[in-house]
Design a binder for this molecule. Structure first.
Ligand code: 5GP
Length: 194
């Protein structure tokens, strides 16, 4: 997705540990027009399939997820990283090691919001080692819900996550694919660089 790549090139900052900071438009301040374009792209890629729910994880997945849900007119469910005191005990949960925070979170969703009849599109902001998506897939398994696919805004293709998902036979679409951060620059898949 060209406009997303351009924004990453213009505003992204490569941090130590292969972390891309995109706080200008995605992870802190959010550009709603760009999020809407991202939602439209996911609708183009997955919209032909039956989707009854969008599933993401708080907090940065919510913005692209909600735009996709808005366009498809389906609810957006986000897994929480901390159990809320207002949540009852009927939960689906999975352990997820956080790439950026280097801690393990237990992500949870209330089971009543994910019935077995759901056809789920998983959306997240970044794909690195696939921990977050794998946690969401485990939650869908617990619910016996069908996973339609996984849509990612920014995939770091040099890390293990993409293979981990596609090896399970899951339809993965990523809108910007990063091949490397060589010389602290963002290099996209398919681009020539030396
Ligand atoms: P994974 O679970 O695939 O290892 O990592 C994906 C999760 O970690 C995403 O939900 C995202 O919040 C965070 N993440 C991973 N890599 C990056 C990165 O380079 N930049 C930012 N801002 N977040 C990242």
């Amino acid at each position: 997705m060209k406009i997303l790549e351009e924004r990453i090139r213009q505003e992204g900052l490569v941090l130590p540990g292969n972390v891309l900071k995109v706080n200008q438009f995605l992870n802190h301040q959010i550009d709603p027009d760009l999020m809407l374009d991202i939602g439209k792209e996911f609708v183009k890629l997955f919209g032909e399939q039956k989707i009854t729910k969008i599933l993401t994880v708080e907090s940065s997945g919510i913005a692209p997820a909600i735009m996709t849900g808005l366009l498809l007119h389906v609810p957006v469910l986000f897994a929480r990283k901390q159990k809320s005191s207002t949540m009852p005990n009927e939960l689906y949960s999975a352990k997820v090691y956080s790439y950026t925070k280097k801690i393990e979170n237990t992500i949870t969703v209330e089971s009543k919001f994910l019935p077995a009849s759901d056809h789920v599109l998983i959306i997240d902001d970044f794909l690195a080692n696939g921990e977050a998506v794998n946690g969401l897939l485990k939650i869908c398994q617990q619910a016996n819900a069908q996973v339609v696919g996984v849509g990612i805004a920014i995939e770091k293709s040099f890390q293990a996550g993409a293979k981990r998902i596609t090896d399970q036979g899951i339809h993965l679409e990523s809108l910007a694919k990063i091949a490397s951060f060589a010389d602290n620059q963002v290099h996209f898949v398919g681009e020539n660089y030396n």
